[in-house]
Design a protein around this ligand. Structure first.
Ligand code: PLP
Length: 402
C-alpha cells in the first residue's frame, strides 16, 4: 500500500478505475444518441394504453411509472455508483441523512436494538439516540476500537443494525471493519452498515470486507464539486430493493438535475481522490513540522494511532486533515480567518479547499468544557483539501499561521 490507489478495483479482467468511472453503469447507446446520460425532467410517464399498464404491473415491462418510484437519470447514477462500489445495487436519496434514516426505518421496528460508534456522524447519532429512541428502538454506543464492548453490546435476535464509520470526523480514526463484520456474524439477523463517506469507493472497500450496506453522503467526494446534496446506499439487491420500496413511501427521492451532476462528478472520482490523497499527505507532513501546530491528525502520518490499520486496509488516506493550533480559541479563529485560498465552510471532499473550526461550526451550542468532554478542542481546525495545487494550499496555511 502507498498513498497511490490500485490501478484496478479488482484483479483480472475488470476494467480499471477510470474506465469504470466514465462508462460504468451507463448503457453504451443512450437516448437521442447523446454521448452523456440526459436529464429526464419528467414527473410521470405515459402508457400507450391500459393493456400496457397491466403488462407493467405483471412485471413484463422494464419502464418508468411515476417519479417517486424512479427516474432514468437517477437510475443511471445508481448503476454507476453500484459499479464503482462493486455492489449489486445502489439507491440514491436527496441527502446522506435521507439515505441513512430511510435505511433504518426499512430495517427496524419498535423493540429492536442498534449498535453505533461513539465517534460517528453527529446527526446519525441524534437520529438513533433521540428519534428512534422515542419510537421504542433501543441502542448502545460503543467505542469503535473496543472489541469487548462491541461483542458485549450484541443482543442476538434483537440487534438489527450495527453502524460503523471510517474514517471518522474530525480525528480521522480508522475502524477495523473486520471486527465489525465478526460482531455481525455473531448476531444472526443483524446488518452491518458502514458510513464510508470519508473513504469513498476508491480508498476503501467495505462490501468486500463483509458490510451489508455502505452509506455515502454524495454531497462530499462523490458529487465532489460543492454543488449538490445527495446520499446513497449500496449493497445486495434484495436489501437495496427493500429500501427503495420504502423510499417510494417516505418520498425522499433525488431530483434528476442532481443525479446528472452526480454522474458527472463520479466520472472524475478516481482522479480527484487520488489527487486529494496526495495533496492531503503533503499538507499533513508540512503541518506536522510547523512550530505553531500542536498536533496533526491524518492516517497517512506515522504519528496517527491508526496508521498501521489504515495502511493495511485502505488504498489511500483521504483528503481531510485535522490539526491543533498552539493557542486558544481566538488565536485559532485568527488562523482560520487569515486564510485566503481555503474557504470557511462546513462540508468536505470537493474541488474547493474548505476550512473550519469544529468548536465554532458543529459544536457551537456547547461550552468549552462540554466540547472537551467529547474530545473537540477549541484549537482544532479541520481542513478538507480541494483540487488546488498543494504548494498553494501550503503557502496559504503558511501565511495564515504567521
Ligand atoms: C455529511 C455527512 C453525512 C450526512 O450527509 P448529508 O448529505 O449532509 O445529509 C453523513 N455521514 C458523514 C460521515 C458525513 O460527512
Amino acid at each position: 500500500m502507498s498513498d497511490k490507489p490500485n490501478e484496478k478495483p479488482k484483479a483480472g479482467s475488470q476494467p480499471g478505475w477510470g474506465t469504470l468511472a466514465v462508462h460504468g453503469g451507463e448503457p453504451r447507446g443512450k437516448a437521442f444518441d447523446a454521448v452523456t446520460t440526459p436529464i429526464v425532467q419528467s414527473a410521470t410517464y405515459a402508457f400507450k394504453d391500459t393493456a400496457e399498464i397491466a403488462r407493467y404491473f405483471e412485471g413484463d415491462l422494464d419502464r418508468e411509472e411515476y417519479g417517486r418510484y424512479g427516474n432514468p437519470t437517477v437510475r443511471a447514477a445508481e448503476a454507476k455508483l453500484a459499479a464503482l462500489e462493486g455492489a449489486e445495487d445502489a439507491a440514491l436519496f436527496p441527502s446522506g441523512m435521507s439515505a441513512v434514516t430511510t435505511a433504518m426505518f426499512a430495517l427496524l421496528k419498535s423493540g429492536d436494538h442498534v449498535i453505533l460508534t461513539s465517534d460517528g456522524y453527529r446527526r446519525t447519532r441524534q437520529f438513533v439516540t433521540v428519534i428512534l429512541a422515542r419510537l421504542g428502538v433501543e441502542h448502545t454506543l460503543v467505542k469503535p476500537d473496543d472489541e469487548r464492548a462491541l461483542l458485549a453490546a450484541l443482543r442476538p435476535g434483537q440487534t438489527r443494525i450495527i453502524i460503523g464509520e471510517s474514517p471518522t470526523n474530525p480525528y480521522l480514526r480508522v475502524a477495523d471493519l473486520a471486527l465489525f463484520a465478526r460482531a455481525r456474524d455473531a448476531c444472526p439477523g443483524a446488518n452491518l452498515l458502514v458510513d464510508a463517506t470519508f473513504a469513498t469507493p476508491i480508498n476503501q472497500r467495505p462490501l468486500e470486507g463483509g458490510a451489508d450496506l455502505v452509506l455515502h453522503s454524495c454531497t462530499k467526494y462523490l458529487g465532489g464539486h460543492n454543488d449538490l446534496l445527495a446520499g446513497a446506499l449500496c449493497g445486495r439487491a434484495p436489501l437495496v430493493s427493500l429500501i427503495k420500496d420504502l423510499r417510494g413511501v417516505l418520498g425522499g427521492v433525488l431530483d434528476p438535475q442532481s443525479a446528472f451532476l452526480l454522474i458527472r462528478g463520479l466520472k472524475t472520482l478516481p482522479l480527484r481522490v487520488r489527487r486529494q490523497n496526495e495533496t492531503a499527505l503533503n499538507v499533513a507532513r508540512w503541518l506536522e513540522q510547523h512550530a505553531r501546530v500542536r498536533e496533526v491528525f491524518y492516517p497517512g502520518l506515522e504519528s496517527h494511532p491508526d496508521h498501521a490499520l489504515a495502511t493495511r486496509t485502505m488504498s489511500g488516506f483521504g483528503g481531510v486533515v485535522s490539526f491543533r493550533v498552539r493557542g486558544d480559541a481566538q488565536a485559532t479563529s485568527r488562523v482560520v480567518d487569515a486564510c485566503r485560498l481555503a474557504t470557511i465552510a462546513p462540508s468536505l471532499g470537493a474541488t474547493e479547499t474548505l476550512i473550519e473550526q469544529p468548536a465554532l461550526m458543529s459544536y457551537f451550542d456547547k461550552t468549552t468544557e462540554e466540547r472537551e468532554a467529547i474530545g473537540i478542542y477549541d484549537d482544532l481546525v479541520r481542513l478538507s483539501v480541494g483540487l488546488e495545487d498543494a504548494d498553494d494550499i501550503i503557502a496559504d496555511l503558511a501565511q495564515a499561521l504567521t
